[in-house]
Design a protein around this ligand. Structure first.
Ligand code: PMP
Length: 376
């Protein structure tokens, strides 16, 4: 099998799974129980939280969630419901994940105004336009650090410099596709979402980092948890294995990044030699995500043709709701055809050059045979 869909999800690291199993068996108490078993579980959660903060070099509060979908929902609804009186205007981009787009659509139907800031040719946010869009009615700016389909990485500090001109506006970033790949600072962001399944951790756990002075209206009410912003018995094994996955991801982070950078360039060069292939990733895309379109062949057809040879790639993000085209590729290229034919290959430090060579070889053959069939 050749797995080239690491941005959809990663395999769980054996050590992380081991931690999960050990903690499940060893720390049986409810962290909110007052007896010894509860205190032990609480202690190991607190230690994990301290580790998470240390690794991410942040003093923000850590709110554990079931993953980035919940973190994004909590960030958006938590802000608008807590700070209702501040305004009804939200700024975002056309590069967001469905767990941002769908909550915003819901708010739009409730009377909020959603502005989509336009993109430069390289996919970065048009900062002048962002500046012009911000107004007294703006309550939230939510922009992904790295887009999941094309890999465009935004400059959070530059965006924040503009957002800060309106001190009441809250700045959230969905950092799901950058955590564990590249170390960046979230000092100038109020809220940050992430999910452990993207960095070789368990599925079903993530977190929202929150500036200490910021409040959120919960979206899940109930019993005591690790914070007042999200109820439910703290999932000790998931939380501890989240911290473990993060710790492992940050060992050799730079070396792994450099390796993927080289491999990505190699892959892009090989792809551009195939007739009919157009790269959609730009100079601002992280190397882990390579997006390209192939003229005349439906992306899904090619995906399944590769699957026949046990090669796994993706058409767009696994969670995208629109069936026939990629909204992100369309936002970047304004080309409907290209956005209907886009494919994503996502690399890991585990990906080998041999795998890429095999992928390119099979892709070339499949394109040839599909073209011969004149398949459209
Ligand atoms: N945001 C981005 C950018 C993502 O890539 C994903 C996962 N595809 C999510 C949010 C949602 O993460 P989860 O499925 O862990 O909730």
């Amino acid at each position: 099998m050749i797995y080239l869909d690491y941005s959809a999800t990663t395999f769980v690291n054996d050590e992380v799974l081991d931690t999960y199993n050990k903690v499940t068996k060893r720390y049986i108490g409810n962290p909110n129980s007052l007896h010894k078993l509860g205190l032990e579980a609480k202690k190991i959660i607190d230690e994990s939280t301290n580790q998470v903060k240390k690794i991410l070099k942040t003093d923000k509060d850590v709110i554990y969630t079931s993953g980035a979908t919940e973190s994004n929902n909590l960030a958006i609804f938590g802000v608008v419901n807590k700070y209702k009186n501040r305004g009804k205007h939200i700024i975002t981009t056309r590069l967001e994940h469905s767990s941002i787009n769908e909550p915003l659509k819901k708010l739009e139907s409730d009377g909020y105004k959603i502005s989509y800031v336009s993109l430069n040719d390289d996919g970065t946010v048009n900062l002048d336009e962002l500046n012009n869009l911000l107004c007294d009615d703006t309550i939230l700016v939510t922009i992904a650090t790295v887009n999941s389909e094309i890999g465009i990485m935004q400059d959070l500090d530059k965006i924040s410099d503009i957002v800060k001109k309106y001190p009441k506006v809250i700045f959230h970033t969905d950092a799901t596709q950058v955590i564990g790949k590249k170390s960046i600072s979230f000092d100038n962001v109020d809220l940050v979402s992430m999910s452990s399944q993207k960095f070789y951790g368990m599925k079903g756990v993530g977190c929202l980092l929150k500036n200490k002075n910021l409040l959120l209206e919960p979206i899940i009410y109930g019993g005591k948890s690790t914070t007042e912003f999200r109820s439910g018995t703290p999932a000790t094994p998931l939380i501890v294995s989240f911290a473990k996955a993060l710790r492992l991801a940050y060992i050799d982070l730079d070396e792994r990044y450099n390796y993927v950078f080289e491999l990505s360039n190699y892959t892009k060069n090989k792809l551009s030699e195939i007739s009919g292939v157009i790269l959609n990733s730009t100079s601002k895309s992280i190397p882990h995500i390579i997006n390209f379109s192939i003229s005349n062949i439906k992306a899904e057809t090619l995906l399944h043709a590769l699957e026949e040879e046990e090669i796994f790639i993706s058409t767009r993000t696994a969670c995208n709701k629109s069936d026939d085209y990629s909204e992100a590729v369309f936002a970047l290229t304004k080309d409907r055809e290209r956005s209907m034919h886009s494919l994503r290959v996502s690399l890991s430090y585990l990906t080998t050059r041999e795998e890429i060579d095999k992928f390119i070889e099979v892709l070339t053959l499949k394109i040839d045979s599909l073209n011969k069939l004149n398949y459209k």
